[in-house]
Design a binder for this molecule. Structure first.
Ligand code: TYM
Length: 331
């Protein structure tokens, strides 16, 4: 049995990228492993949310975890800020993290571009906070999408560095993980590559989206003028639409449009209509569960309390041992 840790930032509703990159794996892994899944609310402070938005987004993501099938009896489902041991480990790791390696991190460079008016220290040390989340429970497997690969590499670096520094074999080497083997990157609809909340309007399909919103976004998806030669290689924007279809549609449907593309008879309008309907059908059960759960305050607070208790038990054991290793001993 492996120890599994993963988290999602509460920056709004979860989209299909979050689902296929992470959440789907959480649901499969909870049956076999010792799993800790959390809501990364400390991480979300790098973008300065208002208290009202922060609280609302944490609730929304908690509900969406549950709606997607996460079972709080099987996995430990918790809110990061309910476990302040995370912050203590983050502090320890920061003492052995170097400015150069943090500045070279791709996600930091992206953030500087996205929010040049707010390049705070939390952004720079984002990878040490993420490493703290993971090694706090001594995880060996971390189900994430492809965009988190470098963060996992840095986590291994920090974890090995701690072991070397104190001459212990305390923290394991956590590996990024996906059931489908290779880590996935779900593309967005506006031709910018990755599906994500900060990648522009209309780019992401959310689990909570109404059918009309899904149809509107899909019909607006970026395409090209169409193939001119049989069997030609698909440009990225078209490959993206096919990739989205591969995750929500039946294999025969994908094959059918693939053949149409290859003999230059494809009509993108038809393909998008089909994709929209398959997305509506795929998200329908989530949408219903989300709406039911959102009004069940008693259940939400019970889940949060249970998760906090279980996560704290694991975290406080690690922190006790780490303090001892570092040399903070009681008199
Ligand atoms: P976040 O909140 O941006 O995304 C949550 C999870 O969803 C995956 N994901 C995607 N996967 C495939 N295609 C996409 N288009 C796509 N968009 C998002 C992400 O890879 C991620 O797995 N730093 C993390 C949160 C975090 C964390 C952790 C994860 C904090 N501490 C510890 C694992 C372990 C993040 O910002 O993910």
């Amino acid at each position: 049995m492996e120890t599994v840790v993963s988290g999602i930032r509460p920056t709004g509703n979860l989209h299909l990228g979050n689902y296929f990159g992470a959440l789907r794996n959480f649901i499969q892994m909870q049956n076999e492993h010792n799993c800790f899944f959390f809501i990364a609310d400390y991480h979300s402070l790098t973008t300065h949310p208002t208290p009202h938005d922060l609280h609302g987004n944490v609730k929304q993501v908690l509900v969406e975890y549950l709606a997607a099938g996460l079972d709080p009896e099987k996995a430990t489902l918790y809110i990061q800020s309910d476990v302040p041991e995370t912050a203590e480990l983050y502090l320890f790791l920061n003492m052995n993290a170097y400015i150069g390696e943090l500045e070279r991190c791709t996600s930091f460079k992206d953030k500087i571009r996205q929010q040049p008016q707010n390049v705070n220290a939390g952004l720079l040390t984002y990878p040490t906070l993420m490493a703290a989340d993971i090694i706090l429970h001594k995880a060996t497997k971390v189900p994430v999408g492809k965009d988190q690969e470098q963060h996992l590499e840095m986590t291994r670096q920090f974890s090995n560095r701690f072991n070397r520094m104190y001459n212990v074999e305390y923290f394991p080497e956590p590996q990024a993980f996906n059931f489908g083997q290779a880590l996935v990157k779900i593309p967005g609809l506006n031709g910018t590559g990755k599906m994500g909340k900060s990648e522009g309007e209309g780019n992401a399909i959310f689990l909570a989206d109404e059918p009309a919103a899904i149809r509107k976004k899909v019909m607006k998806a970026v395409t090209d003028a169409g193939p001119t030669e049989p069997n030609q290689t698909k440009p990225e924007v078209i490959e993206n639409i096919f990739q989205l279809m591969r995750v929500v549609s039946a294999p025969e449907t994908v094959q059918n449009f693939d053949e149409q593309y290859n003999n230059c008879q494809i009509r993108y309008g038809d393909m998008k209509k089909q994709l929209a309907e398959d997305m509506v059908a795929f998200t329908a059960p989530f949408r219903e569960r989300i709406n039911e759960l959102l009004s069940d305050e008693a259940y939400i607070s019970k889940v949060a309390r249970m998760g906090k208790e279980k996560a704290q038990a694991s975290a406080s054991k690690t922190i006790r041992e780490v303090r001892e290793i570092i040399g903070f001993k009681s008199f």
